[in-house]
Every structure is written in C-alpha cells, then in structure tokens.
Design a protein. Structure first.
Length: 153
C-alpha cells in the first residue's frame, strides 16, 4: 500500500508541475516556448505514475518500501524550495530574486545536509565549486541571460 500512496504523490506532483508550466508560453512543437518542455515532462510523470498507481492498486506489487528516510526528504525538499525562491520564484510572495550564485550555493549547502556523513566544511567547498561551475556553464558557456547576484536584476 505504501507504493500506491507514493505513486499518488507523484501523480499530484505531475499535475502541479503541469499546472505551473501553463503559466509560461507553451508554443508549438516546431517553435516551443518556455513552458513546453516542463509540460511534456509533467504529462509523462503524471501518466507513468497513474499507470504505476493502477498496477499497485490492482495488487501487482512487490515488497514494501520500508521506512521513509524523513531526514533526507526534508532536507532535499527544503533545498529545492529555497532554490526556487532565491532564483526568482519568490516574486509571487514579494521576495526579489537573489541570483544564480546564491541560489545554487544554498541549494547545495542545504541538500548536502541530507547526508549525515558529509562534514559542514566539505559542504561549503562543494557549494562554492558547484555555484562556480553553474556560473561557468550557464552564463559563460551557454550565454544565458541569468542574473548572478541580487543586484543583477
């Protein structure tokens, strides 16, 4: 039964992502806009999760999932929410974006706390490295107009 509830949770995530992707332009297959690819992925997630939920409900399930790793789930979810707010998604609640570098830094810093074996100093080093790599890839290599800092908006 645990797998059934897990697949229902994924269905809800897929539906939520599909709803949010509609806020962006969808476009067409030959001229896709910003919401096209997220909509396709969310439809795929919703469809596959629905199939899995039906199969689980019908009784075709294997061994149970066991205990949920709550510490890891909480840290990863919090890291994703913090990233979304810092990258610019906080405008809906009146918060300005902080830019790519702080958002990536805090994403890695918070998410790395999910693993109890990682030392805080290692988390800091990893956060700095990954923030730098994200700047190099998205700003320099791909040339995307991504704000790096709060004052870049």
């Amino acid at each position: 039964m645990e797998r059934f509830y897990a697949t229902l949770f994924l269905v809800l995530i897929g539906l939520g992502a599909a709803f949010l992707s509609l806020e962006y332009g969808i476009g067409t297959a030959t001229a896709p806009q910003a919401g096209y690819f997220p909509l396709l992925l969310s439809i795929l997630l919703t469809g596959l999760s629905t199939i899995a939920a039906i199969r689980e409900y019908a009784g075709r399930h294997g061994p149970g999932l066991g205990a949920w790793p709550l510490r890891q789930l909480v840290f990863i979810m919090v890291a994703l929410v913090v990233f979304a707010v810092l990258i610019g998604g906080g405008t809906a609640i009146g918060l300005p974006g902080a830019g790519l570098l702080p958002a990536t830094f805090f994403l890695v810093l918070i998410a790395s706390r999910a693993a109890s074996m990682i030392h805080p100093k290692e988390s800091l080093v990893l956060a700095v490295i990954l923030a730098t790599v994200s700047w190099a890839i998205f700003k320099e290599l791909l040339g995307l107009p991504v704000p790096l800092w709060p004052w870049s908006y």
